[in-house]
Design a protein around this ligand. Structure first.
Ligand code: ZN
Ligand code: ZN
Length: 428
């Protein structure tokens, strides 16, 4: 008989850079995500024992970043993720130190792969727990997790729905949800709220924005090179797929090649090569830009040392060239500062100095659920409890208020919570 079922939020709701939520039963625990931006995740010190199992929703650093450190602490802990996520593990640590990269590689191999809609059952003492991942859009391999915890004759249900998207992308279909009804209700929904009160995203049309990116590249007529700067995991494949529909050839920096190889099965009949996608080295990419071609490279912030930064530097003083920055560019990042520099003006930072002549364009392609989709998800799944996580604190509070109104209007019985770090939510 189940006596205790609770969620210990090791990272707080307002934490946008790290996710770690511990589901605790009587004598067992399951860790949902292992997020950190750096290798020294402070939340790890609040984890008193090895979890019985670790679920990784997807391979973004804020969900997987501290996995090498956790694995060092608890060697042999069972790590579960989808096969695509496991394969992508080897691409996560690149650019970090060798030791971290190696551990990610190993973790990809030792982790247990659980495919979408396949159920894994574990018995912890007296309690039986069933786990089923569902595709949740966002990036290739990303999945929500349905946890069904045996409770006498019945099961308690928790759905962990981290980063998800309600719209389909060229490679990654939209989020899919399990079906709940009166017989099998959802007790607790742990849901992200990254765009919880973002009015811009609420009105955005992903397809239209992606098409305008493609049209812009196709119609560019000055003869200058075009650099499309993308985040490596996720959006890179979606943007290249869209470009390859319109252009004869798309040149992609070979830093992205391992990721593209892993996501190739999502393409259907035509391979990347069939679609005219050519992987090029840094020097080749520079030459392609000089020859007026379209080159796709990561990352979108033009961070120091990234392939996109070096390529950007090769065309920045050419007024015939342009750069397309995909997704929101943080104001404090190098790309943000460059964007803020008017065309024709001199940019200076540290030892760097150049005249920004190339054209800069931003395209917003969010792969998180906007507010309408977050609200719609709650209305659809009708959980007894909603635990809002992973968003700016004020965005989550705004979303909480809006959800409470909906609950009242629809006469639902649903509690909406925004827990802080180390708060415990008792699943009822
Ligand atoms: Zn993510
Ligand atoms: Zn995230």
């Amino acid at each position: 008989m189940l006596e205790k079922l609770q969620i210990r939020c090791l990272t707080g709701s307002g934490d946008v850079s790290a996710n770690a939520y511990l589901v605790e039963g009587e004598g067992w625990s399951i860790l949902l995500d292992v997020g950190a931006v750096t290798g020294h995740a402070r939340w790890l010190s609040h984890l008193k024992n090895s979890p019985d199992l670790v679920w990784v929703s997807h391979v973004h650093a804020d969900h997987i970043g501290a996995l090498p450190e956790l694995y060092k602490r608890y060697p042999g802990v069972e790590v579960v993720m989808t096969p695509t996520s496991a394969a992508l593990c080897a691409c996560v640590g690149r650019g970090q130190d060798r030791a971290v990269a190696d551990v990610f590689d190993v973790l990809g191999q030792v982790s247990k792969s659980l495919n979408f809609k396949k159920t894994m059952t574990r018995r912890f003492g007296e309690t039986c727990v069933r786990m089923t991942p569902y595709a949740c859009g966002h990036i290739p391999g990303a999945a929500s997790l349905l946890l069904e915890v045996e409770h006498g004759e019945k099961f308690h249900r928790i759905l962990y729905l981290p980063d998800f998207s309600a719209h389909a992308q060229p490679l990654t279909p939209r989020a899919e949800f399990p079906v709940f009804d009166e017989e099998t209700p959802l007790d607790c929904l742990i849901m992200e709220g990254m765009l919880g009160s973002d009015r811009v995203s609420d009105k955005l049309d992903y397809d239209k924005n992606l098409q305008s990116l493609v049209d812009g590249c196709e119609q560019h007529s000055t003869g200058g090179g075009q650099l499309v700067a993308v985040p490596s995991l996720g959006l890179s494949g979606e943007v290249v797929h869209a470009l390859s529909e319109a252009l004869d050839e798309v040149y992609v920096h070979d830093y992205l090649e391992p990721i593209f190889k892993i996501t190739a099965p999502l393409l259907g009949e035509l391979s990347w090569a069939d679609r005219g996608v050519r992987f090029v080295t840094q020097p080749q990419a520079t030459r392609m830009l000089m020859a007026g071609q379209v080159v796709v490279a990561s990352d979108e912030h033009l961070q120091s040392g990234s392939p996109s930064r070096a390529l950007f530097m090769s065309i920045v003083e050419d007024s015939d060239s342009r750069i397309v920055l995909c997704n929101s560019t943080r104001k404090k990042s190098f790309a943000g500062k460059v964007s803020a520099t008017p065309q024709g003006e001199v940019f200076q930072q540290g030892g760097l100095r150049f005249r920004r002549m190339l054209d800069v364009e931003h395209v917003l392609l969010p792969n998180h659920a906007p507010r309408w989709a977050l609200m719609g998800t709650v209305k659809l799944l009708k959980p007894q409890q909603v635990v809002l996580v992973h968003g700016q604190r004020n965005a989550l509070s705004g979303l909480q208020g809006a959800l409470r109104k909906v609950v009242k209007k629809k006469k639902l019985t649903c509690e909406v919570l925004v827990p802080g770090a180390l708060d415990v939510v008792v699943v009822t």
